[in-house]
Design a protein around this ligand. Structure first.
Ligand SMILES: *[C@@H]1O[C@H](CO)[C@@H](O)[C@H](O)[C@H]1NC(C)=O
Ligand SMILES: *[C@@H]1O[C@H](CO)[C@@H](O)[C@H](O)[C@H]1NC(C)=O
Ligand SMILES: *[C@@H]1O[C@H](CO)[C@@H](O)[C@H](O)[C@H]1NC(C)=O
Ligand SMILES: *[C@@H]1O[C@H](CO)[C@@H](O)[C@H](O)[C@H]1NC(C)=O
Ligand SMILES: *[C@@H]1O[C@H](CO)[C@@H](O)[C@H](O)[C@H]1NC(C)=O
Ligand SMILES: *[C@@H]1O[C@H](CO)[C@@H](O)[C@H](O)[C@H]1NC(C)=O
Length: 528
């Protein structure tokens, strides 16, 4: 067992900053990936957007507009009943809270307080959904229906199960999460009882309005506005924000601009001193310790346990006629990338099914039914990194019972640690790429070398993971399965509790949080 550090493997640049070129970063936080001109970055991002980020977003369904969602959400949940209570002390110890809790309180240690943010930080973004459409090639408004799940999918061929499939846009994860949180069973209006504080800032939607703005003051302004609002609240003083968390449907690099120069990608939100103290859950985390990865939303949002069981048994019974599959867009200009090699090998093999997601290839990935149909009839699904480490496709693959094949630890193993088994060989195949130029692995050969017994054990594990990587419908509650939301919330609570204990024992509360001085840039993993 070794620890892979960023300095000994060649990795991709902070995604989207310079998506076209692979670079080696000694110290990624201050990595010099960019001597790029702004225009080049803009173009590459747009290309990336079309090819990767929007890989399989669906464009189905009617354009129902945003009105119904906004109305349903119009009134925020939480008001503070007794402000004085919240001003109690600077002492983060929760001894009082402990006494108040009785053993019979099943919510003990699980209470969450939702900040009642001004609507400019969340609901106004949904109302102004047309402005979110800029930079995407699709009208974002249509995805806002059904509490952010998107319009229901029509599936005349029966590829999916009967109910609970939606054209979900990944960027609305923050809306879906918020709507789930509003139904969380242990909400409290009394923040002195709360174990964690949820900040329903739609960080990704917000930054998407300004990511392309050449004025960094404009890019950074609403993040700054948010933290200035937060620190004035009594809830902040209790743990200096170390019990606060928020969710983003964008990769964390979008909030981690490396320098105060407009040529670098993103806002500086996560580098604000207040932001260091908060935890952020997003679809792709950085290696900073206050960033956590949660699954991309898929199209399946069941409202009952039985819908999950039926889906699991449906895909368990599928005949899988393709040994392996790759769905994605080629990047002709990236001839030395692993993606190009993977596509070449797939095209050259009769055992591989290639789904071309590029617009020149026919936009085959616009309809999620196309992807899920092929993934259901494939044994392995290749998941090479693209412009960023992660892909939504990982979760489509798991959802289809297709065993994922990874080429970089940052694609899943070091990301979704709350959700995926520690032992990667139980559910996936890892084909490491240390050096693309020298990489001469024959993927088909590797996959053929896996025995039928190993294969079906892996597939069974993948199918078992399904409930953990989906977000159930916020309008109902699963009876017994824990979904990605449940696991994320549980993990946040555990983490905050650990920090609280450190503080109580007089330790350094920045343990476990980003700290630029003590920061060790490693992906700790078990790859040999
Ligand atoms: C921003 O950085 C780029 C590359 O490092 C440099 O060429 C450019 O002059 C900088 N611009 C400003 C305004 O500092
Ligand atoms: C508010 O909290 C204070 C201090 O804990 C307490 O004395 C007061 O009775 C509370 N008021 C209400 C309305 O609960
Ligand atoms: C789908 O609906 C049909 C007709 O309502 C029913 O017969 C069938 O069992 C359902 N399938 C699943 C997987 O629920
Ligand atoms: C919090 O207060 C609001 C407004 O009074 C109320 O509607 C809601 O039910 C309360 N929530 C909890 C968890 O007590
Ligand atoms: C962050 O937390 C530390 C305590 O761990 C505190 O000293 C610092 O003031 C906090 N930062 C802000 C901006 O509140
Ligand atoms: C990981 O899983 C594989 C396959 O199930 C098993 O053979 C191996 O012993 C496991 N390794 C550890 C360290 O548990």
């Amino acid at each position: 067992m070794t620890t892979t550090t960023f300095s000994d493997i060649s990795i991709y640049c902070p995604p989207l900053q310079e998506p076209r070129v692979k670079c080696k970063m000694e110290k990624p936080i201050i990595g010099k990936c960019s001597d790029q001109h702004w225009f080049a970055i803009l173009i590459s991002f747009l290309l990336c957007f079309i090819f990767l980020c929007f890989d399989y977003s669906a464009f189905l369904g009617p354009n129902n507009g945003v009105a119904s969602l906004v109305n349903k959400q119009a009134n925020s949940l939480v008001i503070m009943k007794n402000k004085t209570k919240n001003l109690v002390s600077q002492n983060p110890s929760r001894d009082n809270t402990k006494e108040m809790k009785s053993n019979s309180d099943s919510c003990s240690g699980r209470y969450i307080y939702i900040h009642n943010l001004p609507s400019r930080f969340n609901y106004d973004l949904l109302k102004n959904c047309l402005s979110l459409t800029r930079g995407t090639d699709s009208n974002m408004c249509k995805y806002m229906v059904n509490l952010g799940l998107g319009p229901e999918i029509k599936d005349p061929d029966g590829v999916l199960s009967n109910k609970s499939w939606f054209s979900t846009n990944q960027f609305l994860l923050e809306v879906i999460f918020h709507n789930r949180m509003k139904k969380y069973e242990c909400l409290t209006n009394d923040s002195s009882l709360a174990s964690a504080i949820f900040v329903p800032f739609y960080a990704g939607l917000d930054v998407s309005l300004v990511l392309w703005n050449s004025n960094i003051k404009v890019r950074d302004s609403s993040g700054l506005d948010l933290v200035q609002w937060l620190v004035k609240k009594p809830q902040w003083k209790k743990m200096w924000g170390r019990d606060h968390f928020l969710v983003a449907g964008r990769i964390s690099w979008d909030f981690r601009r490396q320098f105060g120069n407009e040529s670098y990608w993103g806002s500086n939100f996560r580098f604000l001193p207040e932001s260091y103290n908060m935890s952020m859950l997003s679809v792709e985390s950085s290696a900073w310790k206050n960033d956590f990865a949660i699954p991309y939303p898929t199209n399946f949002h069941p409202s009952k346990d039985t819908e999950i069981y039926q889906w699991q048994s449906k895909i368990r019974g599928k005949t899988r006629k393709h040994l392996f599959t790759f769905a994605g867009a080629p990047r002709p200009e990236l001839e030395n990338s692993i993606r190009a090699k993977v596509i070449d090998q797939c095209r050259a093999s009769s055992a591989c099914k290639f789904i071309d997601c590029s617009s020149s290839g026919g936009n085959n990935c616009e309809n999620p039914v196309n992807i899920l149909r092929v993934f259901q009839s494939s044994v392995f699904c290749l998941q090479p990194p693209g412009d960023s480490y992660t892909r939504r496709s990982i979760f489509d693959s798991i959802l289809s019972g297709c065993i994922p094949v990874f080429f970089h630890p940052g694609t899943a193993y070091s990301q979704y640690q709350w959700f995926l088994p520690k032992n990667r060989t139980k559910y996936s195949v890892y084909i490491p790429v240390r050096n693309v130029k020298e990489w001469d692995v024959n993927v088909e050969k590797v996959l053929l070398g896996i025995s039928k017994e190993e294969e079906s054990a892996m597939r069974e594990e993948v199918i078992r993971l399904i409930p953990k990587i989906i977000y159930s419908d916020p309008r109902s509650k699963l009876e017994s399965s824990e979904d990605a939301f449940d696991i994320a919330v549980k993990s946040v609570l555990e983490r905050v509790e650990k920090v609280r204990n450190v503080i109580r024992e007089g330790g350094d509360p920045s343990v476990g949080f980003a700290d630029p001085d003590h920061y060790k840039y490693t992906f700790s993993d078990n790859y040999s």
